[in-house]
Design a protein around this ligand. Structure first.
Ligand code: WT7
Length: 641
């Protein structure tokens, strides 16, 4: 793997103030939690959630269908908002927002209550209530959070669609779930320009028979068309609504939201999460993984259009009464140091982002970081893909100044909350490993027959016990739900990831199974090769893929982008091949090194290796490219062929 073999223990200073401050405490609680999971979750559910009706049965498990906290009833919005009003948090900031143009707003918990209450009335007046679907296509502004919470308040099921998705993708998602209401804004600020959200909605809903109303927030003031009888301005609807709204109680298993995510094949899957179990998972993990304290200011750079935004911008944090920092725009507007500026300006204490972002920061250069203090930071997080040890070290040194623990959190849209993660006051970290399972979670690395493999061997990652925040089904397609997640190993959740555990039991995620290469009978993770390449001083980002090869089964092709100031030439290609060979072994020496100006990525920043595979094989790029951030990147790679 990487040269980085050091282990980073939490400092005594951090551990002494942490919500969980020792490995002994982690081990005790973890063992208890997986030895008697129902007892553990019952206790947590009673302590952490506000119930309107106490549940009778902790878990009914008829694989693959789970019913958690049966007989219970609660309101998720009440758990995130109303519950704080009787405490000292009433006038505490729930949200601190900074728009891309620099406008700043604070929303206290009391104000959050008025906003969600009034919006709940607006929904009810529109005939939106229990079980109705609402599509949210919004910028990262406080109103997007109000919209999600107001849905929860009236029992409507939201489906947030990332504002970067096309009209076509939006239409498909609206039609798949049959949304009656679409909530959007005139536009959103991105790199100094207006993204015309309402215009995209207009195009999408030409072919969506179920949509009756479009609620439109004025954000950018750009010119838009409002259609009579269908489109309603947010500010008009809001002004007429009462301040107080009494939230109804809904059963524990009442659907909370649908979130679409791409699979390896077919159209996006509508992952369904329900109320009590989801909220419990998000709340408990937020508290421990981010070591939340009353005066923290927490910033997660993910958009609410992703599961990270759902669990770790909205539900997990607000249910804990935390202050969440929201940022609307691009990380490099007006310059590459926007995040560092905001961290200093607002005093952000916890920062959660993705490896792809970290590699971008590295590429932009240290000077953009070094011109800021970053003194307020005390904890860093990473999510979305394996973090290259090189990127981990940079994050640790440059951003965390060697005093902030890093939590590398492994989880998925489907798992609802963090599954494998360090606890920052307890777990010694090994750069590149998500380390150990969270409370109540039972991941295993198994072979094709489902038998646990010995430590050190690679296998498939499963989770062999149900957990409260697990997906309940795929919207409208329970068969696909069973086939995708519970057929590989009957009755057991299959993550689709490959992994191994080291001698200390630490989990190393190799990546999606389809990203695992087999070269001359040797298993090779794309992540390993990429980590090696990124460890080279001239490399900014790398993607490794397999190309069908008669001799080896697969040959290794790598696409590489260089750090500014380096020249792509044949000597460097040879240097990089040798470098990987040296880092991993001769078997991993790339057969082909290709330089690229940029790599094709999804809007959530995942490299689309499927597309690179097609390009490397000299094939036409086929299949779904709707999740691609920028098609021009693919065109450039093909032209270069
Ligand atoms: C897939 C899930 C859940 C938040 C964002 C992604 C990969 C996620 C890590 C990590 C290694 C990771 C896995 C997983 N992944 N976090 N810390 N280390 N891999 O959600 O889009 O549902 O993707 O992302 O391959 O299966 P998602």
């Amino acid at each position: 793997m990487s040269r980085e073999k050091r282990v980073f223990k939490p400092s005594a200073e951090f551990a002494s103030q942490a919500n969980l401050g020792s490995m002994a405490a982690y081990k005790r609680l973890y063992t208890e939690s997986v030895n008697s999971p129902e007892k553990f979750w019952e206790k947590q559910a009673k302590e952490l959630l506000v119930w309107r009706r106490q549940f009778k049965k902790v878990l009914k498990w008829k694989a693959p269908h789970a019913e958690w906290f049966g007989g219970g009833a609660l309101n998720v919005c009440e758990n995130c908002v109303d519950r704080h009003l009787k405490t000292e948090r009433a006038n505490k900031a729930a949200l601190i927002f900074e728009g891309e143009p620099g406008d700043v707003r604070t929303v206290t918990y009391k104000q959050l209550y008025f906003h969600t209450s009034r919006l709940a009335h607006v929904f009810e007046n529109m005939g939106i209530g229990q079980g109705d679907r609402v599509a949210i296509y919004m910028p990262m502004v406080p109103e997007a959070v109000f919209a999600m919470l107001a849905c929860a308040r009236v029992g409507a099921i939201h489906t947030v669609v990332f504002g970067g998705f096309s009209a076509e993708s939006l239409k498909d998602r609206i039609n798949d779930c049959g949304a009656k209401l679409v909530i959007t804004a005139d536009g959103s600020w991105r790199r100094g320009k207006i993204v015309p959200l309402k215009q995209t909605v207009d195009a999408a809903i030409e072919k969506t028979p179920t949509v009756q109303t479009v609620l439109v927030l004025r954000r950018c003031g750009n010119d838009i068309k409002m259609r009579d009888g269908r489109d309603v301005w947010w500010h008009d609807a809001w002004l007429g609504a009462p301040n107080h709204h009494k939230p109804k109680a809904f059963p524990s298993e009442h659907p909370l939201f649908i979130l679409y995510t791409s699979g390896s094949t077919g159209k996006p899957k509508g992952v369904l999460h329900t109320s009590a179990g989801y909220l419990l998972g998000a709340k408990l993990s937020s508290q421990y993984v981010f070591d939340l304290k009353e005066d923290d200011l927490y910033f997660c750079s993910a958009d609410i259009g992703w599961i990270t935004g759902h669990s770790y911008v909205v539900y997990g944090l607000l249910s804990n009464g935390a202050t969440v920092f929201l940022y609307e725009g691009a990380p490099n507007q007006p310059g590459p140091d926007r995040f560092w500026q905001m961290i200093d300006r607002h005093g952000i204490t916890i920062f959660y982002t993705a490896p792809t972002a970290i590699r971008a920061f590295m590429r932009w250069g240290d000077n953009y970081v070094l011109s800021h203090h970053l003194k307020s930071l005390r904890l860093l997080g990473s999510v979305g893909e394996p973090i290259n040890p090189e990127a981990w070290m940079w994050y640790y040194r440059m951003i965390g100044k060697k005093k902030c623990p890093i939590v590398d959190t492994w989880w998925q849209t489907e798992t609802g909350s963090i599954m494998i993660t360090p606890l920052p006051g307890a777990t010694p970290c090994k750069p590149g490993s998500a380390t150990l399972p969270f409370f109540g979670i039972s991941p295993k690395v198994v072979d094709d027959k489902g038998k646990e493999v010995p430590k050190g061997s690679g296998g498939k990652l499963i989770i062999d016990k149900p957990w409260p925040s697990m997906l309940r089904t795929l919207w409208g397609d329970d068969e696909r739900f069973k086939n995708t997640y519970f057929s590989e190993y009957p009755g057991v959740y299959f993550t689709g990831d490959g992994a191994r555990q080291d001698k200390d039991g630490y989990f190393w995620i190799v990546g999606r199974i389809d990203d695992v290469l087999n070269i001359s009978g040797h298993r090779l993770g794309t992540a390993e090769v990429e980590s090696a390449l990124v460890a080279h001083p001239k490399v900014a980002e790398a993607a490794a893929i397999g190309r069908p090869d008669e001799l080896k089964g697969q040959s290794l092709v790598v696409f590489v982008t260089l750090k500014a100031g380096n020249e792509p030439n044949d000597d460097l290609k040879e240097e990089l091949r040798n470098h990987v060979g040296k880092e991993i072994g001769a078997i991993a020496k790339p057969d082909v090194v290709r330089f690229a100006a940029a790599l094709p990525k999804t809007r959530s920043g995942k490299i689309m290796r499927r597309i690179l595979k097609e390009i490397a094989a000299g094939k036409e790029v086929k299949g779904d490219t709707t999740t691609l951030e920028d098609f021009a990147v693919v065109a450039a790679l093909q032209a270069d062929d």
